[in-house]
Design a protein around this ligand. Structure first.
Ligand code: PGA
Length: 253
């Protein structure tokens, strides 16, 4: 089965509304003729509405960077799945290492968010990855296994078709230290094997697994050349159309 490559830009806590509009206009122009690759951008919450309006009629999809699992109520400062759905979001990034590291997210909270998101018919970019300390201690596969089984607990086979996994080794995020294509492929293969054990061969073969961590126009092609790397989750290099559109056009590089 051939998986459609999927490149997503995670803008993190960057870009005001006006800056977001400038960036998306440029991206639309730079990506107007790209085919055979799915593209999404994840602006901050405050810019989602404006970006969605700019994206009308464009194949570029919209993603949010987080949400809260409850449907509504007294949860000051939080955003519900239905709010993002009405806004026109297609994807929600969940379990990003920055959320785990700075905002106390655990496999359990990531799982609750994942279930709530899928229940609303939204798709999930489900992030996992080991820290440098864990890698050096030889715990990479144990950590990945724990994150996959914990984070995807009670997610059905059918729902799993709406999940994209993003493998992002924490030591490579924002550091300029990309995993080598071989290092990444080893973990991606492991993740696919786990998905096969948890679901089925067919499901595992269909799930896209993105790599994330210092992806640039220079290293994307090598990563995408690996059998089990189906896309990229891009942080820093997604903040400029020039670099992000080059990553999306990796086939032409
Ligand atoms: P980076 O971020 O590309 O800036 O390393 C990736 C991510 O955190 O998704």
């Amino acid at each position: 089965m051939k998986r459609m490559p999927f490149i997503a830009g995670n803008w993190k806590m960057n870009k005001t509304v006006s800056e977001s509009i400038d960036l998306i206009k440029q991206l639309k122009a730079d990506l107007s003729r790209v085919e055979g690759v799915e593209v999404a951008v994840a602006p901050p919450f405050t810019a989602l509405y404006a970006v969605r309006k700019e994206l009308e009629g464009s194949p570029i999809q919209l993603a949010a960077q987080n949400l809260f699992w409850e449907e509504k109520g007294a949860f000051t400062g939080e955003i519900a799945p239905t709010m993002l759905k009405e806004l026109g979001c297609h994807y929600v990034i969940l379990g990003h290492s920055e959320r785990r590291q700075f905002f106390g997210e655990t496999d359990e909270t990531v799982n609750r968010k994942t279930r709530a998101t899928l229940k609303q018919g939204l798709k999930v970019i489900f992030c996992i990855g080991e820290t440098l300390k864990e890698r050096e201690a030889g715990k990479t596969f144990a950590v990945i296994q724990r994150q996959v089984t914990g984070g995807l607990k009670d997610i059905s086979k059918e729902e799993m078709r709406s999940v994209v996994v993003a493998y992002e080794p924490v030591w490579s995020i924002g550091t300029g230290k990309t995993a080598t294509p071989e290092q990444a492929e080893e973990v991606h293969r492991f993740i696919r094997k786990k998905l096969e054990e948890l679901y089925s061969r067919e499901i595992a073969e269909g799930v896209r697994i993105q790599y994330g961590g210092s992806v640039t126009p220079e290293n994307v092609k090598g990563l995408m050349g690996q059998e089990n790397i189906d896309g990229a989750l891009v942080g820093g290099a997604s903040l400029k159309s020039e670099t992000f559109s080059k990553i999306v056009r990796f086939k032409e590089m």
